[in-house]
Ligand binder design. Structure first.
Ligand code: TXA
Ligand code: MG
Length: 369
């Protein structure tokens, strides 16, 4: 597809008290049908006026996003929600009070004003109120809700810094607001409230444990728990390979000591073939010095720190130009569930549940790519 080259304006803003003049200029761009990348508390978003189907179509074009993957509509106050939905159940309202602004996206029956480009023609719409002063000010300045997927090229890791957005979208969009590093680091939790039991379609910043506290029963969509692609995932985004660094990634799950032994063994085998091996590890975990190009993504014992550093770590492997990446899995408690969901997606099926007897075995299970 031919892309028009735009002069992308890059502007630094204070994440807590953004300059009103800058925000208004960005809001005006959105109101005129343009595209602005902006920080949220989860990852950077690429925004367009959610009520302008043509502006939303441009997001699909610049990202190379499949057109059947719907977008999240971002609001700045609860009043904006009413027009976007057909009805609001009391659990939905309770969740909004408890978690908004914050990393929780609610899938609700869609109202008449939302163009089909946003929902990809589904009878539901995904809505969230981001917990970031820049995002909220921008939505207000635009004078409309803002449709925004993550501000990366489709298939690449989501951007947690403005520099990542520059790498992917410079020359394709009108403006980038740089408000520093996104805090949570993985995308919002997508919770479907249109069925009989609330269902997490995508694990994220708000944990199942926290949701259960309010809703009682919450299900997690099986497709969100494994790399297996179900025939008809309920969240269209789940069927695409996401978050992937350029080099193939093998995710090793199991007991840390056993995983570590296996990683050393595989890394040595690759090194002996003259390949560059990347190792995704944790600051408080195994020390792989000398085994490969080690990138640390937070602390294993604090999954929220891994979430915050994960996408930057995956992009770092691109800079290091490794041939193959070995990644340590994590326990799935708390935000660890979201981290493992993203790692499994990044692995695109290359997942090994390592057990003791695997260590020292031949490498014939490996797909050498
Ligand atoms: O944290 C986030 O959610 C970030 C920031 C920018 O807000 N946004 C984000 O957007 O991650 P995106 O487009 O990368 O992911 C949106 C996800 C996709 O998996 C999509 O399929 C799902 O939400 N989704 C959107 N509308 C839906 C709907 N009506 N029903 C089911 N899933 C929906
Ligand atoms: Mg995305």
């Amino acid at each position: 597809m031919t892309q028009k080259i735009l002069a992308t304006r890059y502007i630094k803003v204070d994440p807590l008290h953004p300059d009103p003049g800058v925000i208004q200029a960005a809001g005006d761009i959105l109101a005129r049908g343009g595209l602005v990348a902006f920080p949220t508390e989860t990852v950077y978003g690429l925004g367009a006026n959610a009520l302008d189907g043509r502006a939303v179509m441009r997001i699909f074009e610049v990202k190379g996003r499949p057109s059947d993957n719907p977008m999240i509509v971002h609001v700045a106050d609860l009043d904006q929600v009413k027009d976007l939905v057909e009805c609001l159940s009391s659990p939905a309202q309770e969740l909004m009070r408890a978690f908004w602004p914050g990393p929780l996206t609610l899938v609700l029956p869609v109202g008449g004003v939302v163009p089909p480009e946003v929902t990809a023609g589904l009878p539901s719409v995904a809505i969230r109120m981001p917990g970031h002063a820049v995002a909220l000010a921008l939505i207000r300045a635009a004078g409309s809700p803002v449709a925004a997927p993550s501000a990366n090229l489709s298939g690449r890791p989501s951007p947690t810094m403005a520099a990542h957005v520059m790498q992917d979208l410079n020359g394709r969009i009108d403006m980038i607001l740089d408000g520093g590093a996104a805090g949570v680091g993985v995308e919002s939790t997508v919770l479907d409230l249109t069925g009989s039991v609330p269902t997490i379609l995508r694990p994220g910043g708000v944990t199942p444990e926290a949701l259960t506290g309010i809703l009682g029963k919450v299900m997690v969509e099986p497709a969100a728990l494994s790399s297996l692609q179900t025939a008809k995932p309920r969240s269209p985004g789940m069927k695409y390979t996401h978050y992937a660094p350029r080099a193939p990634l093998l995710l090793l799950e199991g007991e840390p000591r056993v995983i570590a032994a296996k990683i050393r063994e595989i890394a040595a085998a690759y090194r002996s073939k003259g390949k560059q091996v990347g190792i995704l590890a944790y600051a408080d975990g195994e020390d792989y010095t000398g085994a490969g190009q080690v990138v640390l993504a937070g602390q294993r014992s604090k999954p929220e720190t891994v979430a915050a550093g994960l996408y930057a770590a995956l992009r770092r492997f691109n800079d290091l130009e490794v041939d193959f990446i070995l990644a340590e899995g994590l326990p799935e408690s708390g935000v660890g569930l979201a981290v493992m969901n993203r790692l499994r997606k990044a692995a695109g099926g290359r997942i090994w549940h390592v057990v003791d007897r695997d260590v020292g075995n031949h490498l014939d299970k490996m797909h050498d790519e």
